[in-house]
Design a protein around this ligand. Sequence first.
Ligand code: FRU
Length: 498
Amino acid sequence: MHDTLRELAVADPLRPGYHFTSPAGWLNDPNGTCQRDGVFHLFYQYNPESPQHRSIQWGHATSTDLVSWRDLPIALAPSEGPDAEGCWSGVLVDDGGRPVIVYSGHAEGRQTACLAYGDESLTSWTKEPGNPVLERPEGVDVTEFRDHAVWREGGSWRQIIGSGIRGEGGTAFLYSSDDLKEWSLIGPLAVGDADALPDDDPLWTGTMWECIDFFRLRPDGSTAAPDGESGETHVLIYSAWDDGRTMHPLAATGSYDGRALSIERTQRLDLGGRHAYAPQTFVDEAGRRILWSWMQEARSDAAMVEAGWSGAMALPRTLALDESGTIRQSPVAELEGARGARLAWSGGEKSAISRGTRAELAFEARIPEGSGVGVDLFASDDGSERTTLRLGRDAAGDVTIELDRSASSLGEGLDTRAHTGVVPGAGETVAVRAFLDGSSLEVFVDGIATTTRVYPTRDDADGIRVGARGGAAVANLEGWEMLDQEQPVRQMLPGASE
Ligand code: FRU
């Protein structure tokens, strides 16, 4: 990593301060997420040389509290062979005490499954000499073939790999193995229908499913690996992709018989779509299903190069399935550790005003039909820049969410589309939390997440205003400044040039 790249990145006021970012350069998907001996490990798709998606390595950082992070040396880097052009996404599994990374090698446009074996500290990795261990299935016209979910089932290993069947839709191929090296194909776990919806529909399933994940989830938040005999709700998470376009993460739920998932429902995982892309989950030592995802940028390539960095992780969130089958997310409780001073509020009963661009807000909103709550964030004094969250109630009684980005930035060439959706099953009152961090915004309304990126340009675009109209009421409004977590160890990474 170049020193100048790091200096540029640190100087950028739009860089998040309490979200995980790489030291500098490019970051995309979370990989190999796990907790071992109390320590959380976050690996990620990384290019320390520039904020561009090139020659991807596995960056590595650890944390004991999910708030402050320590950078460790690169875990995996391209070498001659099947990963010569990139060590792409994957997972970390425990093979009888031995840590093993299952990842996608990328070389000459070919994607294959590769293995690497780790030491106790997860810092030293040796690639399997027989890589690749698995190639795309023969006799099927697949669009792409990458990314992995691996688990134990009935005394052997199972794996799914993200893919797509040309002319049909996205898929995940299911395999079994006794030793992680020899894999036999069971078949497609499920196949999407790319023609069922137009490609601008938020539930469009794409022509390829990348970053797949598969597990059981219950209303009490407890979770387990898939089990083809349990009859419980299984969740398949994937990121819908199409010919180079990252669309959005979806969750398909249904029943799994050990060979195939029969999908009963597909839901959006985040109303911000591509802004919370490539999610990967793991079960921590307390039994929580924790999800990380990549908040990709929405500014131009040139702006990213100028900034010296690209990409941050969304806040880690726990998942639960409610009684109606909707997946709810809540930021992990540990994030309270990043809270600093309480925000000071001014204004009247119907409108509360504060300031901050690294902040958390929490309140309850009562929204009878015909009323609404509006929250301006990253707002300049003259109102020319602002991002507005609007909550309302539709005729069916559902609470509606609109995140209006039309005035988020005076900058050019930015995506200004609003994020919209509903909160299924909302009662009279909903619980709202919002997390602002430089250029990122995550809103949770009764556990329905909306994640987005905004790029205010004005120095005074730090206004916060919470208002209610037409019979709506805001109660228990609280806010905190969030503390910038300066990474304690940002070391020069091996293999990096000056
Ligand atoms: C998703 C993705 C994965 C791939 C990785 C490459 O963002 O395209 O499918 O493994 O990124 O960095």
